[in-house]
Write a protein of this length. Sequence first.
Length: 162
Amino acid sequence: MSTRTMHRRLPATLFVALLALILTACAGSAASPSLSPVSPSPSSAAAPSGEPGRAMEVGALLGAAAAANDGKLVRVTGNFLADEQTAQLCSLLMESYPPQCGNGIRLTGEVPAAALAALETTREPGIKKMWWGYVTVTGTFRASSDDGKPVIEIAEFILVEG
């Protein structure tokens, strides 16, 4: 390989390495609650009244709409990502294997077994069991839960065909 060819490939190689480092760092900060049925906490025991309206994207809910929707019933469409203990609704699903969540909302409550069975999943031995797919979740939104992060208590979970 000539020196000229090597100099052309160096910026691309550095870019890929930097991108991998950023994605790895972002993946480590995502935390979320259990997939199994969860008893309602005192703050979520009283469900809000009214219709949630049209489905919005995760990013829209996390932006300017967060404060206005705090404590309200919302309908949100996004990339679902879960392992055996945690679940998130993500605005971005990174295509690593298994996938990783970018800009997510923790989900609490029960994800129906039939819905989990219809989602993509890891199958290889030695790889953490995970499920993912594009879904619409309806539930009570809390802009800031006990840990300071947004959360939705699941009332309805629908797999989006696509």
